[in-house]
Design a binder for this molecule. Structure first.
Ligand code: 0L1
Ligand code: MG
Length: 257
């Protein structure tokens, strides 16, 4: 199997780079394990680093009950963020760069001190420099956005882009903040940050644990996306997306060709 891991990573990286659909890995590799999947993810992201992209943090995925049910799992997953995925708040997103992009509201933690392993929520919070409203662009490379758990992990947990809004103080209480996601001025999703594992800080605790298990650490300056707070919205050209976060402000962009 291990000889095949880099072939699968190249296939997924090419699909992301060329915005083309990929076939689920488990169709040809039904025995693919979660461990294999994280190994493929690393090989996949290493190809980005080799092209000059820089690591800037991590994303947590499947952090809400709704998402876990959608994929039929009961565990959170994670992926790696690079500087090339960062998008400009208020800018224009080029939809042709993605296979079938969706947007979801998130909370971002900006890390101030190294953090890894088994930590309490209080310890995790002490490592935070700032919190911010964020939007994640997820883009599963698989046909019809359909995948198994190993598939999505290997595909860098659908990471493809993210927006981070204005930073707020690290002690800002983000446990239960209202969120409204608007498309062309019409609310399409309404929710709360509490949908992220009951409190987004729990997602940061999980990030420290899972990243630590892989021999990595959350490092000063890293951005950690805590996970979707509502269902994701599938993007179409011409849409103006604005997401309002109670206490934290807005993040917005327009969808271009
Ligand atoms: O960020 C997320 O929760 C998404 C993780 C992968 C599942 C998906 O692409 O919907
Ligand atoms: Mg997400």
């Amino acid at each position: 199997m291990s000889a095949n891991l880099s072939t699968l990573a190249i296939m997924l990286d090419d699909a992301a780079r060329n915005a083309t659909e990929a076939t689920q890995l488990i169709e040809t590799h039904p025995d693919l394990t979660i461990e294999d999947a994280y190994a493929i993810q690393l090989l996949n992201v290493q190809r980005r680093w080799a092209r000059g992209e820089r690591r800037v943090g991590y994303k947590m995925g499947l952090t809400s009950r709704a998402k876990m049910q959608q994929v039929g799992v009961s565990e959170v997953i994670w992926g790696r963020l690079t500087d090339a995925m960062r998008l400009e708040d208020g800018g224009v997103l080029s939809l042709s760069r993605y296979v079938h992009a969706r947007v979801e509201p998130e909370i971002a933690y900006i890390i101030g001190k190294p953090l890894a392993g088994e930590v309490s929520a209080a310890e995790a919070l002490r490592a935070v420099d700032a919190v911010a409203p964020a939007l994640e662009i997820i883009d599963s490379r698989y046909k019809n956005f359909k995948f198994s758990l190993p598939d999505v992990i290997a595909d860098n947990s659908s990471s493809s882009g993210f927006y981070v809004g204005a930073y707020a103080k690290p002690d800002t209480d983000v446990a239960n903040l209202g969120i409204v996601l608007e498309v062309n001025g019409r609310p399409v999703q309404i929710g709360s940050t509490a949908a992220i594992l009951g409190n987004p800080i729990r997602s940061l605790v999980q990030a420290a644990r899972l990243v630590g298990r892989a021999g990595e650490s959350l490092m000063p300056g890293d951005i950690v996306l805590a996970g979707g707070a509502t269902a994701a919205h599938a993007l179409s050209v011409g849409e103006h997306i604005k997401c309002m976060f109670q206490k934290l402000g807005d993040v917005s962009f327009t969808v271009g060709e």
